[in-house]
Each structure stands twice: as structure tokens, then as C-alpha cells.
Design a protein around this ligand. Structure first.
Ligand code: PLP
Length: 462
């Protein structure tokens, strides 16, 4: 498989180039030149355990020998505490796909355990080093750190918006004391952190000198690793219920997770609809309902990992929407950079007629959903999952089973649970153990130059 940029400036890249480079050199995102159609194989795959199916899903996109791919997959998912890796649980009139059994109790482990192993594999092959620079609104940081901690040849610099991630999420990052891990608290928003990462990557000279690597969901290997659980859930449920297709409700921030569902459907997995769910930061919902993509201020919510306005993976969808027209995407992105708005209302029919339907859930609706689900079914939703669960209500159907993606364990967000139930019922021993551990973190001003000199110094290439 070859990879090309959403802005048309690069094509013919290998999987290795796409993964190690992260972002295309023209500022675009990398995508495979096609999504192979696997519909003919689905019948043979429906009984496969998670790891075996993951290998089938990933095979067309990677250039590893089969035994290497198998080894990377099995080492990545060994760290999950459930035999099914991502188990499906029936909750009332729908299914919950639990994606939080990895080391940091969030779905991002599915992608980042894999990515860490892929990096290690490529670096060992070439005897090189790499410096990962990442922005996190909460869960990405700890999952990325767990993916690469202690790995030789890799340093990781993780920026989080100071005071804006949950205290527990912060401790999940700052209690990791491995020498190759640098935690940075930035005095700004998540969008500031993300802009700093992009600026560093667009400094091509520094990018090469420091061998920068990306773990944000702009990295194609992350999206790819997430296609696996859409495939798994769609095959299991169509097999077990006799339905011809399923639908997913996806709590969304950077559009990475739902884009993986879009790819799964593009490959022919039986997916009828993807319900995009946002919190009060609803730029994507407004886009899918009006065709206008207009950034406003980020507001802090009880589902902080979705507190994003500029969704980095949206450009991948745009590329598909414009019929893979890199020139059109470049122009749209340039206009958006200037005016904070992008007008695609003339394509509204195509947007609304597609597989993605979008709606929002606010704070009250999220809290009420957590309470109702717990009271009625004894099942505790984390606030991100609850946004999707709430929005899913209006799309429930007898013919098409609804799968709500559970993106985090509720114990990661005790304040929301406390507020929803009047008491905290969410506990997890891994999180309880963090309270007594020492931490390490430095504060950083929100500008790219400061970040550049920090990374340059630690990486010995200033
Ligand atoms: C990151 C995250 C999301 C949003 O995922 P995107 O890929 O950014 O859309 C939702 N829920 C949780 C718990 C997350 O950590």
C-alpha cells in the first residue's frame, strides 16, 4: 500500500514513511491510496478472535512480513485485561463496546500500544532514534507514554493544558518517571498545545534534525489500529443477531476514532451508520448539520477529552468528500486558517446523505444519562461514553443494533460520577494506586519556539 497527502504534495510513501513521519511534508495528513474491499472475506472472518482479525484488517496497509505483524499485534494486546480485548456488553436496548481494558483505561491504548511497538520495530531495524512530541487533552498523553515508556531510542515529550486535564489523568502521566518521558504543562488550551506540535512539525529543518515522530491521531497507524474494533464488533453482532449491519455511536473530539469507523465501512464491514456525538464543543455537529465548519472558543466540559474545536483528522474526511482533490483540500484548509471558517454548504446533500449523522449532548443530558443507565441497568458510563449513549437514543432501531463505544473507564472521571449519582461508585485499583506515587512535570509557555528549544536541548540537537 502506498500513502499520499491530503494536500496533494506527496504521494507514493511507504507505510514506514507514513508512520515514522506522522504528518505529510506539505502540512497535510497521510492516507492510503485506497481502502481495500474485503467484503468477500467477511464470512470467513466472523469467528476470528480479536488479534487474528486485527491482523487481517491491517495486512493490506502494512509492509511487514506476516509473522512480524502477528507478533506486533499480540504483544500490543497482551497488556489488555480482558480476553476479548474489546468486549461487547449488552446494556438494555443496545450494546456497549468496552475499549478501556488497556493500561491507562482509555480506548487510546488500542492504538498506542500498537504504535509504540511499531516505532520500536522500525527504529531497531535502522538503528536510529526518535523524539515524539505530542499534545494531549487528557487520555492521549498517558496512553502514548505507556506505549513507549522505557523503549530504547525513543524520547517522548507530552504537553497538556495546565490545570485542564482531570487530576487523575494528570497523575497517570506525571507519575511515569522513566528517563525517556518528559511531561510538560502548557499555560494555555489544548488547541494551543496542538498548534505548537503542528508548528514544530512544519519546521522541516528541525523536524529532520530531531527525528520528530507523532503519536497524535494524525498518525495513520493509530487510525488503522482502531479500525480493528469496528470490524470486530460489526462481525460479531451481525453473526449473533442475524442483522445485516450495525451502527456505532462515537463520542468525538479529534475525529480520529470515528474516522476509523469510516475506514472500516469503506472496506466493506457491515456498518450502516456512524453517529457522531459531541459535547458543548460542537463544531463537528454543526458541520454535519449545516455544511459550515466554524471554530469558536473551546469550553471546558465534564468530558474533557472531547474539548476540541479544530479536529485534526477532519482533513482526512474532507479529502474523501472532495473526491480526493488535494488542491481543493489545500485551499479549504488555507481559508480556514485565515478565517476560522470553511463553507461546504453547497455539498450539504452529500454530507448529510453519507454514513455520518451528528448530534450533541450537553452537561445536564450527560449527567442524566449516567444516572439513568446506572439506575436502570446497573452499568456505569464514563462521561464521554455517556455523550454517545445519549445521542444514540434517537437512532435506535429494531433492525440495526446500536453499539455505543465506551472510550474510558468511569473511574477516570470520579467528579462527573459523583455529580451524576450523588456519590462516587467508580473505582479502579490501578488509579487508586497512583495517589501515593511521586510525580515529575515542568511548566512551559504556550509558544512553539520555547518548545523547540526545550526538545532540542533534551534531545541533544539544539
Ligand atoms: C480521545 C477521546 C475521545 C475522542 O476521540 P477522538 O479520536 O479524538 O475523536 C473520546 N473519549 C475519550 C475517553 C477519549 O480519550
Amino acid at each position: 500500500m502506498k500513502y499520499s497527502s491530503t494536500r496533494g504534495g506527496e504521494r507514493g510513501l511507504s507505510f514506514r514513511d507514513a508512520v515514522m513521519g506522522g504528518l505529510a511534508r506539505d502540512g497535510g495528513l497521510l492516507l492510503p491510496e485506497s481502502f481495500p474491499d474485503v467484503s468477500d472475506q467477511l464470512r470467513d472472518w466472523q469467528d476470528l478472535p480479536f488479534n487474528d482479525l486485527a491482523v487481517e484488517v491491517m495486512r493490506p496497509y502494512v509492509d511487514f512480513p506476516d509473522e512480524v505483524l502477528r507478533d506486533l499485534v499480540s504483544r500490543s494486546y497482551r497488556s489488555f485485561r480482558d480476553e476479548a480485548v474489546t468486549p461487547l456488553v449488552k446494556v438494555g436496548d443496545r450494546y456497549v463496546l468496552e475499549l478501556f481494558h488497556g493500561p491507562t483505561l482509555a480506548f487510546k491504548d488500542v492504538a498506542l500500544q500498537f504504535l509504540g511497538n511499531v516505532f520500536e520495530h522500525f527504529l531497531a531495524e535502522s538503528d536510529r532514534e526518535m523524539n515524539i512530541v505530542a499534545a494531549t487533552s487528557g487520555d492521549t498523553g498517558s496512553a502514548a507514554i505507556q506505549g513507549v515508556r522505557g523503549k530504547s531510542g525513543i524520547r517522548i515529550f507530552v504537553m497538556h493544558p495546565k490545570g485542564r486535564t482531570s487530576p487523575l489523568q494528570e497523575r497517570q502521566m506525571t507519575t511515569v518517571l522513566d528517563e525517556n518521558v518528559f511531561n510538560l504543562a502548557v499555560e494555555g488550551t489544548f488547541d494551543d498545545c496542538q498548534a505548537m506540535v503542528k508548528a514544530l512539525f512544519n519546521d522541516l529543518e528541525f523536524r529532520d534534525r530531531a527525528a520528530l515522530g507523532a503519536v497524535n491521531s494524525i498518525n495513520w497507524a493509530r487510525v488503522l489500529a482502531q479500525v480493528t474494533y469496528y470490524a470486530y464488533a460489526a462481525l460479531r453482532l451481525t453473526r449473533d443477531t442475524g442483522a445485516t449491519a450495525v451502527q456505532f455511536a462515537v463520542p468525538t473530539g479529534n475525529f480520529g476514532d470515528i474516522f476509523a469507523g469510516y475506514v472500516a465501512r469503506g472496506m466493506g464491514f457491515p456498518i450502516e451508520r456512524l453517529v457522531l456525538a459531541t459535547n458543548e464543543n460542537d463544531i463537528l455537529t454543526r458541520f454535519f448539520n449545516t455544511g459550515l465548519y466554524t471554530a469558536t472558543e473551546v469550553v471546558p466540559t465534564i468530558s474533557p477529552s472531547m474539548d476540541i474545536q479544530v479536529a485534526s483528522n477532519f482533513e482526512r474526511y474532507l479529502y474523501d468528500l472532495t473526491g480526493r482533490d488535494g488542491q481543493a483540500v489545500s485551499e479549504l484548509m488555507a481559508a480556514f486558517a485565515r478565517t476560522k471558517t470553511m463553507d461546504l454548504s453547497q455539498r450539504l446533500d452529500a454530507i448529510q446523505g453519507g454514513v455520518i449523522q451528528a448530534a450533541s449532548g450537553n452537561r445536564e443530558q450527560t449527567l442524566a444519562t449516567i444516572k439513568a443507565c446506572y439506575d436502570q441497568h446497573g452499568y456505569l458510563l464514563d462521561p464521554h461514553t455517556a455523550v454517545g449513549y445519549f445521542v444514540a437514543d434517537r437512532y435506535l432501531s429494531d433492525e440495526t443494533p446500536m453499539v455505543c463505544l465506551a472510550t474510558a473507564h468511569p473511574a477516570k472521571f470520579p467528579h462527573a460520577i459523583q455529580e451524576a449519582l450523588g456519590r462516587n461508585e467508580a473505582h479502579h485499583p490501578i488509579l487508586a494506586a497512583l495517589a501515593d506515587l511521586p510525580t515529575r512535570c515542568e511548566t512551559l509557555a504556550p509558544d512553539a519556539a520555547t518548545l523547540k528549544s526545550y526538545v532540542g536541548e533534551k534531545a541533544g540537537c539544539a
